[in-house]
Write a protein that binds this ligand. Structure first.
Ligand code: ADP
Ligand code: ZN
Length: 198
C-alpha cells in the first residue's frame, strides 16, 4: 500500500472566555504565517465594531492586525479564491451564522489553513452559535483561560453585568439604555440565576 501525502488543509480553533487572549493568539499565529511569506487574510464580523476599528482585529491589550469586516460567510471564500490566500484567520467566529461551518470546511478541503478564534460559551454558559461544531471538526483546539476578576483563579466564563449586577439567563441580548459590562470569572465566581436546560 502506498501512503498518501498528508492533506494540507487544517482547522485550528482558539476558544475560551472574554479576555483569555484568543485575539492575541490568533494574531500571533497569523503574523508567523506572514513571516513565512504565506498569503494571509483576516476576517471579522462587520458588526463587531465596539472594540476595534472596522478594518482591524484589535486585542484587549492593543495588539492589532489588518482585517476585513464582512457580513456573510461567502465573502471569506470569495476573497480567498480571488486573492489566492493560503492562511485564513477569522476572529469572533461565534457571531457568524451556521453557514460559516460549510464555508470553513470547503476552505480546509481545498488545502487551506483556517484559524478561528471565538467564545465557546455565551454569558449564560450556553455553547455559542457555530462553536460546538467547529470544535468537533477541528484538527487542533486551544482552550484558553482568562484571570477571574473576583479571585484571581483561571477564568472559564464571561460574566455579563447589567447596571453593575449579574445579568439574568433570560435577559435580552440587547438591552436599550442599560449600562453593560463583561468580566472574566471562574466557575465559583460566575453568577447566573439558572443553568442551561441541557
Ligand atoms: P480575547 O480575544 O480572548 O477577548 P484578547 O486577546 O483581546 O482576549 O486580550 C487578552 C489580554 O487582555 C491579556 O493579554 C491582558 O492584557 C488583557 N486582560 C484584561 N483583563 C484580563 C483578565 N481578566 N484576564 C486575562 N487577561 C486580561
Ligand atoms: Zn473566581
Amino acid at each position: 500500500m502506498t501512503l498518501k501525502a498528508p492533506h494540507a488543509g487544517t482547522l485550528e480553533v482558539i476558544c475560551g472566555p472574554m479576555f483569555s487572549g484568543k485575539s492575541e493568539e490568533l494574531i500571533r499565529r497569523l503574523r508567523r504565517a506572514k513571516i513565512a511569506r504565506q498569503s494571509v487574510a483576516v476576517f471579522k464580523h462587520a458588526f463587531d465594531v465596539e472594540r476595534s476599528d472596522s478594518e482591524e482585529v484589535v486585542s484587549h491589550s492593543g495588539i492589532r492586525i489588518d482585517a476585513y469586516a464582512i457580513h456573510n460567510p461567502q465573502e471569506v471564500a470569495q476573497y480567498a479564491r480571488e486573492h489566492d490566500i493560503c492562511v485564513i484567520g477569522i476572529d469572533e467566529v461565534q457571531f457568524f451564522p451556521q453557514e460559516i461551518i460549510a464555508t470553513i470546511c470547503a476552505l480546509v478541503d481545498s488545502g487551506r489553513r483556517v484559524i478561528v478564534g471565538g467564545l465557546d460559551l455565551d454569558f449564560r454558559g450556553v455553547p455559542f452559535g457555530p462553536m460546538p461544531t467547529l470544535l468537533a471538526i477541528a484538527d487542533k483546539i486551544t482552550k484558553l483561560r482568562a484571570i477571574c476578576t473576583e479571585c484571581g483563579q483561571d477564568a472559564h466564563f464571561s460574566q455579563r453585568l447589567v447596571n453593575g449586577h449579574p445579568a439574568r439567563f433570560d435577559d435580552p441580548i440587547v438591552m436599550v439604555g442599560a449600562q453593560e459590562a463583561y468580566q472574566a470569572r471562574c466557575r465559583g465566581c460566575f453568577s447566573i440565576d439558572r443553568t442551561p436546560n441541557w
